[in-house]
Ligand binder design. Structure first.
Ligand code: ATP
Ligand code: MG
Length: 605
């Protein structure tokens, strides 16, 4: 293809809101243009790369036995009301009404649509397992779209959904998808960190996120220096760094005056001890709690809601006191998971005062009965601690777990940080920032139960199938490949997703140079090599800069000087190589073809 016949409006400057490398380069290399906040159009060069990512994903999904379908992007709102996500998705869900006032949703994901489709067709166990997928447009009304297509509002996702009679079958597909994902990212030239979402201590494998390291990553990952443990901080666990003493020989609890001392730091300097001696107590408000609170202190009169007649109750709002060793932080994602809550947030000051009977800063577990007390495991080892005394300017000393208070629940809610010990091998953990490219997840019965999917087993008995879901963002994958492969001059495409394999740069597209450039182009194209011929009447420097910027893996420079004489030659250079090589004009196409095939094979193997 000739540059003059396509549309590659490269840019020198980009707008100031393009702060990350991939966003800047995608704009400069004319891969994308912004239409509006979070909305991007792909131009011809960008679309070529995008289609290659798509092809790789499709090939690997097909090879793993998943079946592609093409559902719609606009989906009846009824399905989302059925699953409960019409309400719980909040403002991220783009809702529209048609001309007669019926509700629709612009798909942000498609569990509902696929579950409904399978529900209507499924009758027998013989139809299972079944894995369906689409590569399709998604819309999420992200609060803060940023970093170009990394976090857009409209984007394309490959999403697959699998349906099974039992856990073993689900696990088999889940493992297959995990292998397919590893191959997809390798073929796209990406180094991913597969992150298990369980804490590692339980050994479960219900979810795996595929992350790329990124300074602007939204996720904090904890990785072990000694083994392959990797976890999202939201779920990460660690080896205990405490031992509970066999018996408590602590003097009785004592109430002490701590005037104007509220924070752990202030207490530390006031009492001249360190934060590990304090039991920190925080009051949380949890929303839509599904955990059974019928026997929990202070919860007898809580308002309950029944989502369905035979469903367990949901508590729209409940308060909890969470205690943890003073040097640690509560992990709110872990807490929400334990409570099966949609959200947990720190309680407002007025709620804290109502619950603890004291101003903020004096909460403690001793004598606290108005709400359930949840203790982090670290607290179980604390037998001579300082804690708030539920009264202004007062604290308790010599507080012993089990003697002076007994929590409603003991669990792991600590935020693991660098330096903590790996839950698997005890090695030291360190942190990295990461971005999620893909996610595989065992959903279980979440949608098949609420949306009432069933099949008949061999004896004609009705069952609910179990389900898995598997997503990859195409735009983010493409942008991440640029993040990983670039230099100051531009993109350095992995050849599998490069818009073209070879760019031919004639110094002046005229006469013998034109003839040579055309003939190499024709020879390469005959071999299936994708060639961009820069036939513009521009200075060579401009063409070289654009060739570097657009990152095409091989550049061929055709010039008068090298063509002259008995042995006409052209210059070949790999995008990441520093120096040119001269090769004979008549051997150039063959050599380039071999290089391209070698590079493709290496990534695709
Ligand atoms: P994130 O935490 O980054 O918002 P998510 O957990 O919401 O991601 P999933 O719902 O698991 O993402 O979606 C699957 C994939 O879709 C993600 O791994 C990512 O590659 C892609 N994706 C999600 N949101 C966006 C977005 N706003 N822009 C581009 N890609 C996205
Ligand atoms: Mg999201």
């Amino acid at each position: 293809m000739k540059v003059s016949e396509t549309f590659i409006p490269t840019l020198r400057e980009v707008p100031g809101d393009a702060v990350i490398v991939s966003h800047r380069l995608m704009l400069r290399a004319a891969l994308i243009r912004k239409l509006s906040n979070g909305l991007f159009a792909y131009l011809p060069l960008g679309l070529r790369s995008f289609r290659k990512v798509e092809r790789i994903i499709r090939e690997e999904m097909d090879a793993a036995g998943a079946l592609e379908i093409k559902p719609t992007v606009v989906v009846p709102g009824e399905l989302w009301k059925e699953s409960g996500r019409w309400d719980s998705m909040g403002d991220a869900l783009l809702r529209v009404k048609n001309r007669v006032g019926s509700d629709f949703v612009v798909s942000p994901t498609a569990e509902e649509a696929f579950t409904a489709l399978v529900r209507d067709e499924l009758s027998s166990y013989r139809q299972l397992p079944l894995t369906l997928y689409q590569i399709n447009t998604k819309y999420r009304d992200e609060v803060r779209p940023r970093y170009g297509v990394m976090r857009g509002r409209e984007f394309v996702m490959k999403d697959a959904y699998s349906f099974h009679t039992d856990e073993a079958s689900l696990d088999e597909t889940y493992q297959k998808m995990g292998r397919a994902y590893r191959r997809i990212f390798k073929r796209c030239g990406l180094t991913v960190i597969p992150v298990r979402a369980d804490s590692g201590a339980m050994g479960g494998t219900g979810s795996e996120e595929f992350m790329v390291e990124s300074e602007i990553g939204d996720n904090t990952l904890l990785l072990c220096k000694a083994c392959d443990y990797a976890a999202n901080v939201e779920k990460a666990g660690c080896k205990p760094d405490y031992t509970a003493p066999a018996s408590v020989e602590t003097p009785h609890v004592e109430k002490i005056d701590t005037p104007h001392v509220r924070t752990i730091e202030e207490l530390c300097s006031f009492l001249k001890t360190d934060a590990r001696q304090f039991i920190k107590t925080l009051i949380y408000k949890a929303v839509n709690v599904e955990l059974d609170l019928s026997a929990a202190p202070g919860c007898a009169k809580l308002v309950q809601r029944k989502p369905a007649p035979d469903a367990p109750p949901v508590y729209p709002e409940a308060f909890f006191a969470v205690t943890i060793r003073g040097d640690l932080d509560v992990n709110e994602v872990k807490l929400a998971a334990i409570l099966k809550a949609a959200e947990v947030v720190l309680a407002a000051d007025t709620d804290v005062e109502r619950i603890t009977g004291a101003p903020v800063g004096f909460a403690g577990p001793v004598g606290l009965t108005s709400v359930p007390v949840i203790a982090d495991e670290t607290v179980t080892a604390m037998t001579d601690a300082v804690a708030g005394a539920l009264a202004k300017d007062l604290h308790y000393t010599h507080v012993a777990y089990g003697r002076d208070f007994t929590p409603w629940l003991v669990t792991d809610v600590r935020t693991v940080v660098a330096g903590d010990r790996c839950p698997v091998c005890g090695g030291e953990l360190y942190e990295k920032k990461g971005n999620e490219l893909g996610h595989i997840f065992k959903l279980g019965y979440k949608y098949t139960k609420t949306m009432k999917v069933s099949y008949l087993d061999v004896n004609g008995k009705s069952h609910t199938p179990t389900m898995g879901c598997y997503g990859i963002g195409l735009d983010r994958t493409l942008a991440s490949a640029i993040e990983e492969h670039h230099d100051e001059a531009g993109i350095i495409w992995p050849i599998t997703i490069a818009p073209f394999h070879v760019i031919i740069v004639p110094i002046k597209y005229d006469g013998a140079v034109k003839a040579a450039a055309d003939s190499i182009t024709a020879d390469l194209e005959k071999q299936g090599v994708e060639v961009l011929l820069d036939d513009r009447n521009e200075r060579p420097g401009v063409k070289f800069n654009d060739a570097d910027l657009t990152g095409i893996p091989y550049r061929v420079v055709v010039g008068d000087k090298n063509l002259a004489g008995e042995n006409p030659r052209v210059e070949i250079k790999g995008r990441s190589e520093k120096d040119n090589r001269l090769v004979e004009l008549k051997a150039a196409a063959e050599e380039l073809t071999a290089l391209v095939h070698r590079d493709l094979a290496e990534l695709n193997q």
